[in-house]
Design a protein around this ligand. Structure first.
Ligand code: GTP
Ligand code: MG
Length: 379
């Protein structure tokens, strides 16, 4: 008898995501928490975890730099820290081939009209937005589908919990559909397929399901574990079903984030604004980012002078899963960079400087190695 990873995770009292990691470490070939494992593997894990209970990952491990007292207490209570941390909203990244309707789908969800205003009708940057659905927050990240933006798709997949893979049901699987799927698989995140443009006469959802099933996304209706949701972004049809699927999966993933933990946030996008100076859009993983914080962002640093939410309104803090645009850093950081909080501006400057020295050394080293090679090959 096969058992789904999330069911096993629930039974064992560990987060699904972590169990997926553990299984992968053991060399078990699985894709997500929705994958199944056989009875033997399940038994092996039960035995292993009995012998050596899992240290709950990420936030749990991080906090060892802070107080160890709490850890002892939670260990005594037989609960992991992650279980005690509050739930956090899912971060959902929308990916797929160019023009398959990602932005229009988000417009339908948000009741906005962003797609219409885009230059040439294509998305050229990553954008985060927060949606309230039945009292629950969902954080969405839109990504470009144009083939030139591979990097952005890879980064989008990195900060996310769930990928909504948008496939136009009339056009079917295209090169960037496959690319996006590979990023999602590499990041080990849950995947929901949105079969878009169902209103089109040529829509053929079965064909898409066949194509994607061949790549491991077997639909639930065929006994697999991937949810496919037919939608029409233009007509606003199927949107509820998609949101329900997201909530369902987010619940299964049991996403938690401690707002009191040491700050861990990532830059997803940055730009230079004429009036405001360097700006970075970040997504908080753990901890809370606040106006007035001293931060190191890779090779740059600063004191956060202001923060803005997804609507551009000023905010004073952002907790786990929340996106925020921050103002006050010295330079435009690279997307993907970790944001860390420190105690003073001096410390921030020192760390940023040492980061940039390190980076320069690395570059010089590669250059040296290169020239050495050149010398050898030319001699
Ligand atoms: P990129 O961000 O450039 O990758 O494109 P995208 O995936 O965000 O696509 P976008 O939302 O910009 O939509 C592309 C075109 O498809 C637009 O002309 C939309 O109006 C159209 N479109 C999107 N969804 C639907 C749909 O459900 N039905 C129909 N008929 N057209 C749609
Ligand atoms: Mg778009």
């Amino acid at each position: 008898m096969k058992i789904r990873v999330y069911q096993l995770a629930k039974e064992l009292g560990v987060p699904s995501k972590q169990l997926v990691e553990e299984l992968k470490k053991l060399g078990v070939d699985i894709v997500s928490y929705q994958s199944t494992v056989d009875e033997e593997t399940a038994d092996l894990l039960r035995e292993l975890l009995k012998a050596e209970p899992l240290q709950v990952a990420e936030s749990g491990k991080e906090s060892k730099v802070e107080s160890t007292e709490e850890e002892t207490v939670t260990a005594e209570a037989g609960k992991s820290e992650k279980e005690l941390a509050p739930k956090r909203p899912p971060v959902v990244t929308v990916m797929g081939h160019v023009d398959h309707g990602k932005t229009t789908l988000l417009d339908a969800i948000r009741r906005t009209r962003v797609a219409e205003r885009e230059v040439g009708g294509i998305t050229q940057s990553i954008g985060a937005s927060v949606v309230n659905y039945k009292g629950q927050k969902i954080v969405f990240i839109d990504t470009p589908g144009h083939e030139a933006f591979t990097e952005m798709r890879a980064r989008g997949a990195m900060v996310t919990d769930i990928v909504v893979l948008v496939v136009a049901a009339d056009e079917g699987v295209m090169p960037q559909t496959i690319e996006a799927l590979n990023h999602a698989k590499a990041a080990g995140v849950a995947i929901i397929v949105a079969l878009n443009k169902m209103d089109r006469p040529g829509a053929n959802p079965d064909r898409v399901m066949n194509q994607l099933a061949a790549m491991g996304l077997i639909p639930e209706s065929w006994g697999g574990d991937t949810i496919y949701v037919p939608v029409s972004a233009i007509k606003g049809e199927g949107i509820e079903d998609l949101l329900e699927a997201i909530i369902l999966i987010a619940d299964l993933l049991d996403l938690r984030g401690d707002p009191e933990a040491p700050l861990k946030a990532y830059v997803i996008e940055s730009r230079l604004d004429k009036g405001k100076g360097p700006l970075a859009t970040v997504v908080v993983r753990e901890g809370t980012l606040r106006v007035g914080d001293f931060v190191v962002v890779g090779t740059t640093y600063g004191k956060i002078r202001a923060m803005f939410d997804d609507k551009g309104d000023p905010i004073s803090s952002a907790g786990p899963s929340m996106p925020a645009e921050i103002m006050g850093i010295q330079d435009v950081p690279e997307a993907g960079t970790l944001v860390q909080r420190v105690d003073s501006l001096e410390e921030a400057e020192r760390i940023a400087k040492s980061n940039s020295d390190l980076q320069r050394d690395k570059q010089q080293k590669t250059r040296k190695e290169f020239s050495l090679e050149e010398i050898l090959s030319s001699s």
